[in-house]
Design a protein. Structure first.
Length: 282
């Protein structure tokens, strides 16, 4: 199945995505982690499209082909407002799927509109994530802002800082990068998105805690077995705040596991969708 490029209105900007399936089918929206792009979820979006849903893998604000924030706002609440804006554009209940930053946005934004949500499914997202666990992400953004001499160097950075297997064919990264006039490679995101003020400030965890306490929609979290951010303690806190949370495990996986485990994740997602039949909006 071939995807179609689509554009939807976010909170004051345009969000670009790749859509699979019938636009009249039940929507399943995918949101990647910080510093990634919709490519991280393309495989899962395609599989749900082939299963009869309308799967859309979105570029977050400031990433990929989506608009950069004119006001420079990349706090987690800004990403959540984009999710809220998307929900208003569908006539059927929406399933939200998100990893890392995209998962936080899905949880926060989705928790405010239970009448529009069918299911929220998170990939390794929980409150109270340890601040030192974000150091690799901070280093990735800082290094990415300077650019890379080669695609091999970019592949090394992904593996080193984001706790994921090294890309077997670095040439595949070219679709997620651009080359400047000096030949250096840069990721398709606004460097401002990696400013320290946006990477795990206290307000971020406060927003996630509030959302966890507020959410009433069906909620599933797939925990990466080898995650350095989600652990027994913060998973238990999540369960205390949202007793209906279901926790699954991705064996042998690190935090940013969705980029190379789309098939396994899509199978889990489809199984969860079968558990929660669609209800009318409202």
């Amino acid at each position: 199945m071939r995807g179609q490029t689509v554009s939807y209105q976010g909170d004051g900007l345009q969000l670009s995505g790749e859509a699979f399936g019938d636009p009249e089918a039940a929507p399943v929206l995918f949101f990647h982690g910080g510093g990634q792009s919709r490519n991280a979820w393309r495989g899962s979006a395609r599989q749900v499209g082939e299963a009869g849903f309308y799967g859309i893998a979105f570029d977050l604000r400031g990433h990929g082909e989506s608009d950069w924030a004119a006001d420079g706002d990349y706090h987690v609440e800004a990403f959540a407002r984009d999710v809220e804006a998307l929900l208003a554009q569908f006539t059927r209940r929406v399933t939200l799927v998100g990893a890392s930053r995209g998962g936080q946005a899905a949880l926060i934004g989705g928790s405010r509109h239970p009448a529009r949500i069918r299911l929220i499914m998170l990939a390794d997202v929980a409150p109270d994530m340890p601040d030192d666990g974000i150091d690799g992400i901070r280093q990735f953004f800082a290094e990415g802002a300077r650019g890379y001499d080669s695609l091999d160097a970019a592949a090394d950075a992904l593996s080193r800082h984001l706790d994921q297997p090294r890309v077997a064919d670095p040439a595949r990264l070219a679709r997620s990068m651009r080359q400047d006039d000096k030949g250096r490679w840069h990721w398709h995101w606004d460097p401002a998105a990696g400013n320290d003020e946006f990477l795990h400030p206290p307000s971020e965890n406060e927003a996630v805690l509030a959302a966890a306490a507020r959410v009433t929609s069906p909620l599933v979290m797939v925990r990466a077995e080898l995650s350095h951010l989600v652990n027994d303690t913060n998973t238990a806190r999540f369960k205390t705040l949202a007793p209906h949370l279901d926790v699954l495990t991705a064996p042998g996986a690190g935090h940013m596991f969705t980029a190379d485990r789309n098939d396994a994740f899509a199978a889990q997602l489809l199984a969860q969708l079968a558990r929660y039949p669609e209800e009318p909006v409202g």
